[in-house]
Design a protein around this ligand. Structure first.
Ligand SMILES: Nc1nc2c(c(=O)[nH]1)N[C@H]1C(S)=C(S)[C@@H](COP(=O)(O)O)O[C@H]1N2
Ligand SMILES: [Mo]
Length: 214
């Protein structure tokens, strides 16, 4: 008990010294589960992933097809607005850049924002620039295994900080929608579920943009 408490303290000091701890956050080794509403069930035969809006042609992929896309791995620090931070988390999935490089998605020049659409009508909005950055991923795996149902199985958006690249813009973790079913490319920004509820639209972890208007 004592040893694990001291180890936690030491680890926390390390991340602070490395400049990886945003203001007002604290270190956790656990992986808390946070969302509004129930956990959806998954039917691989009925599941699809859609891209629409400001793109040349709408896209629809089945689960079978989605799994065949080239995968990207990335290790990030994730920072929740409820003040926990988890370091060196390993994610695997498909980057939106890959969808573009393969020619499956061709954003129009008018596309400036992206709304993630998840099960039960949950949404999360981000600027296109962040969706295309290397710290946003359509993740199927966490820590080498498929996502657990609680954390968004079979697919979720994830956004985090890349330790070696503090200049990459990083919003809080809520900006990744669990149980993701589609991306809507948009001209104008549209607030997502938590943004609509009063959370900050930009949500920059370094500026501590937690609540709108602060
Ligand atoms: N579909 C869906 N995704 C969601 C949410 C939600 O309510 N529904 N909550 C967000 C919030 S507030 C957080 S902090 C993270 C938490 O992800 P985790 O449960 O994997 O820690 O998911 C985000 N994605
Ligand atoms: Mo959250």
């Amino acid at each position: 008990m004592f040893d694990s408490v001291m180890k936690r303290k030491q680890d926390e000091q390390k991340y602070i010294a490395e400049g990886r701890m945003p203001p007002g956050q604290s270190f956790t080794q656990r992986f808390p589960v946070l969302h509004y509403g129930p956990v959806p069930s998954f039917d691989p035969a009925a599941w699809d992933f859609k891209v629409w809006g400001e793109v040349e042609k709408p896209l629809r992929l089945t689960w079978e097809e989605f799994q065949q896309l080239p995968h990207t791995k990335i290790t990030m620090d994730i920072h929740c607005v409820t003040r926990w931070s988890k370091f060196d988390t390993l994610w695997e999935g498909v980057s939106v850049r890959t969808l573009i490089e393969l020619g499956l998605v061709k954003p129009l020049s008018t596309a400036k924002f992206v709304l993630q659409h998840a099960e039960f009508g949950f949404t999360a909005n981000l600027p296109l620039e962040i969706v295309l950055a290397e710290n946003f991923l359509l993740a199927t795996h966490y820590d080498g295994v498929p996502l657990s149902p609680d954390h968004g199985y079979p697919l979720r958006g994830v956004i985090g900080a890349i330790p070696e690249k503090p200049e990459v813009k990083t919003p809080y973790f809520w900006k990744g929608a669990k149980w993701l079913r589609g991306l809507e490319f948009m001209r104008e920004d549209k607030l997502g579920f938590w943004e609509e509820a009063g959370y900050h639209n930009e949500a920059d972890i370094w500026k501590e943009q937690r609540i709108a208007g602060e």
